[in-house]
Design a protein around this ligand. Structure first.
Ligand SMILES: [Zn+2]
Length: 205
């Protein structure tokens, strides 16, 4: 299966140009990245560097449409009209001027790319729905908690049964999103294990 996501190679090629265009900071909040990839206070580093598509279309890999952002700002943008506006205005500006050193690519995807994108969007929506259902069912009270790792395995199995494919990485991404600053759940480390709960244990203990 071909993938239309931004490849590591494209990120390497784009990186210096993106820094020249927007600075070595997050496009959205304009503050620096935190390099460490490990868990901070029980959460995966929310200030790690990610590559974001201004128009949210993951197959539209024109450099005009790409920026570097914090993991958390990338997620925040999905629900924040001001950040979305900032992104689309930048894309429009870039399309007008072009990005020097990069050939303009055809922004129109082929049918195959659209079909794959639609299937992926459908699957991602179902995965997110099944993951949320699992958390609602298994975290009945504010003091309930679930072990992160075995929950990832169980949810992956449930999604695999329902959709016919699923990876643990996908479920980890969804859980991390639900446990982000904007989500309704918390992920934390205690006793050498990671846990998920509805309330932040730092405030309930
Ligand atoms: Zn940011």
């Amino acid at each position: 299966m071909t993938t239309h996501r931004l490849t590591q190679k494209m990120k390497r090629v784009f990186r210096a140009k993106l820094i020249a265009l927007y600075g070595d900071v997050c496009f959205y909040c304009e503050s620096e990245f935190l390099v460490c990839q490990h868990v901070i206070q029980g959460m995966v580093n929310p200030y790690a560097e990610e590559y974001d598509h201004f128009n949210d279309l993951e197959w539209d890999n024109r450099i005009e449409n790409v920026c570097r952002s914090h993991k958390v700002c990338n997620q925040r943008k999905k629900h924040n009209p001001l950040l979305k506006k900032k992104a689309l205005e930048q894309l429009k500006k870039n399309e007008r001027t072009g990005v020097i050193g990069f050939e303009p690519l055809d922004p129109t995807p082929d049918d195959e790319a659209i079909r794959e994108y639609n299937e992926e969007m459908y699957a991602n929506t179902e995965f997110a729905k099944l993951t949320t259902e699992y958390l609602v069912k298994h975290l009945p009270t504010n003091s309930s908690r679930l072990p992160y790792k075995s929950s990832v395995d169980s949810i992956t199995m449930i999604c695999f049964d329902a959709i016919g494919h699923c990876s643990q990485n996908t479920i980890r991404r969804i859980l991390d999103m639900l446990c982000s600053d904007e989500g309704n759940y918390y992920k934390y480390r205690e006793g050498g294990k990671q846990w998920i709960s509805k309330t932040n244990p730092m405030f309930t203990k």
